[in-house]
Design a protein around this ligand. Sequence first.
Ligand code: FAD
Length: 382
Amino acid sequence: MAYDFSPRWMNPELEAFQTSVEKFLDQEMLPQDEAARAQGHVGHDLWRRAGELGMLCTDIPAEFGGGDGDFRHEAVIYEAMACRGLTGLNNSVHSIVAHYLLNHGTQEQKEFYLPQLCAGQMVGAIAMTEPGGGSDLQSIKTRAIKKDNSYVLNGSKTFISNGFLSELMLVVAKTDPTQRARGVSIFLVDTRELKGFSVGKLLKKVGMKAQDTAELFFDDVVLPENALLGGAEGQGFYQLMGDLPYERLIIADNAMGAMIGAYHETVNYVQGREAFGKKVVEFQNTKFKLAEIAATIRVARAFMDRCIEDYLSGKLDTETASMAKLWMTEQQCNVIDECVQLHGGYGYMEEYLIGRMYADARVQRIYGGTNEIMKEVISRKL
Ligand SMILES: Cc1cc2nc3c(=O)[nH]c(=O)nc-3n(C[C@H](O)[C@H](O)[C@H](O)COP(=O)(O)OP(=O)(O)OC[C@H]3O[C@@H](n4cnc5c(N)ncnc54)[C@H](O)[C@@H]3O)c2cc1C
């Protein structure tokens, strides 16, 4: 017997979708995960397959090739993957890219790129962070200079998720270096056979080893004028700000799935492991720790469901989404740390799911805006 942490928005249609997602993950993704962790990426075939099965861009309208669902469909996928410690297919970033296009792209940009993202024919990435800094986005150094009917892009980016496999990159660059926020623009960069563009080494991370994270270099890359997202210069920072609730909700929901997965994994483990002639689950400490974890996940579920419902009704504000990112990722790290402890030495081994979850969890407090930046955002309204 273990607790069930199903969301309250679950319904028969979403349950059927969850079954097909789990089938794809268990039968097609899990068997490849070890190889993906060894090479540092999942390869293009898995992306194409996910697209073929309707597992990408589930909340993008059908007219652009998407699943015509909503954030609950996305959440089903995020939670199922996080629950299994599957990090290779970074569809969070992929969906974020699709939403930038949907919310800010011109009709021509949407019609051209969205169907390719939905089908997995293009893998999406968003390149904001530079070697010189990630939190202070307004001071980025990458430049896009207008020259006749094109832009010339120069600069470098680092820590870019999906950077190695990506064919469609949203690159954040300065079009006016004399301005801070107003000088920032976003470019749609089709990286296929692009002169002057190169991907540096795949970065060796502490966790999320199946997920590709790369450095990118732009050396006099010539982009057509219509590569500017939305067609107007200086809108980049506002476009970024507008999509923050969606991005933070995704990170929070990944934390939700990871906590549920860690809980079940640990309950199973302590029921089988023996010490001092009894099962580890029989120690009062084990029961109390698991009781605390179950209570934390229940509270997290209630908050998460509320945030998802607010998002669906257009009411999720940036501050609440930042609270979700902050609190959920802190809980994720705490819960998984306790789960590692209950596994003893095996919890620290990479071949154990809980050990990998421990390493994977840490970055959740860093990317998508660090948790210190979340506190900055939240404290603006105090
Ligand atoms: C695995 C991984 C994947 C990533 N994926 C992407 C991606 O796809 N695209 C992308 O663009 N970036 C990505 N990033 C980068 C990530 O978003 C940045 O690392 C993050 O925003 C922090 O920037 P930084 O590393 O430059 O740290 P810094 O900005 O240098 O911060 C260092 C420390 O100072 C603190 N700090 C900074 N400013 C303040 C402040 N005002 N108040 C209080 N404390 C502050 C920070 O919280 C942090 O603790 C990824 C990073 C990792 C590790």
